[in-house]
Structures are given as structure tokens and as C-alpha cells.
Design a binder for this molecule. Sequence first.
Ligand SMILES: N[C@@H](CCC(=O)N[C@@H](CS)C(=O)NCC(=O)O)C(=O)O
Length: 205
Amino acid sequence: MVTIYGMIDSGNCYKPRLLMAKLGRSFRHVEISSHDGGTRADAFTAKNPNAMVPLLEFDDGRVLAESNAMLLHLAEGTRFVPQDAYARALTYQWLFFEQYSHEPYIAVRRALLTFPSRKKDATPERLAQTLERGEKALRVMERRLDETPFFAGSAISVADMALFAYTHVAGEGGFDLSAYPAVAAWIARVENDPGHVPMNWLPAA
Ligand SMILES: N[C@@H](CCC(=O)N[C@@H](CS)C(=O)NCC(=O)O)C(=O)O
């Protein structure tokens, strides 16, 4: 059985948990948190020198970091990675968009406003920058979702799981999703896809 090291309140860590739940696959959750220094502890950095969760560990000791790499690996051969080459390329496009143009603003603003350990970093400049760039990401998403029900086209893919993770809690970062009706409708579509679980869901021990 694979192990996912992760934080319960992190969207990046939610991504592989959500996918595993939807696939009906068993896994072990080990809580490693940046709040209490767990991600920087020697025992963890021996596994991931980048000192970040999530981290996937296979039975044979091999590990895989980066939430979106985990999504692609765990979803290989399932309905969550499109067969069509262009739709698959679009899936990659939106996964990269999530990491470069979305997560650094929408996830980070939420962390700045809600994680006590990040409060010292919540300067007015940082909050203004993350708001402006996060709104830009939401506008890009709104435009795409005006065209298609899901990011890679007509069917849900791992790109939707990656973007859902922090978009559905964007309100905690001060983003008003009522200004983005296509995004709000997409959130409901993702939540209604079979096997969906909320962010705080954990497998039975
Ligand atoms: N690009 C990485 C980002 C992972 C990341 O930012 N992890 C945060 C939690 S959401 C973390 O572990 N931070 C460690 C720390 O701040 O000490 C991914 O998608 O997996």
C-alpha cells in the first residue's frame, strides 16, 4: 500500500488524496505539517530534500514529490488522463498553469490569511500582489470554463482536481467567487463527479 505524507489543510496534499478516493484505492496517510516543523525535520528531508508535502512513498521505498506529478502517475490509464493527445496536452497545460499562475497566489494568499505561522509574511504588498494575480488566474479560468465544462474538454481530468484543490477554498484567501459564475458552476460539477471527498477526508486507519 502506498503512503501519502501530507497536511490535512493543504490543497496540494488534498490533490492525491482526492484522486485515490475517486479511484477507490487504499493508501496510508501520514500527517507531516509545516505548522510544527515536520516538513523540515531530518527524518522527512531524508525522504524529500525539498522539505515539502505532499510526498508519495511506494512499498519498495521509492518516493515521488510534486502533487501534479503524483496526479499524473496515479491516474495513468484511468478516465482522469485523456486518451486523445490534444486533450492530454491541454491537461498538462492546465497543470502547469496551476503551479505557475494560480497556486502561488490563490493558495499563498489563503495561507497568509489563515495560517498563524504565515502571519508575519502577510505584508500589505504581498496581500495586494497575491490578490491581483489570483484574480487574473480566476479570470483565465472563467474564460476557459465559459467554453468547456472541464479544463481539458468535455470530461473531468486530473487538471480539474489540481485546480479544484485551492479554488474551492479561494474564499478563505479573500477571493469572491460570486464574481466568477462559470468557475462556481465548475466547482459544483467537480463536487458532483462520483467518488468526490472533501479536503479534510482521510482514509480509515
Ligand atoms: N509544488 C509543490 C508545492 C508543495 C507545497 O507548497 N507544500 C507546502 C504545503 S502546501 C509545504 O510543504 N511547505 C513546507 C514549508 O513551508 O515548510 C507541490 O505541488 O507539491
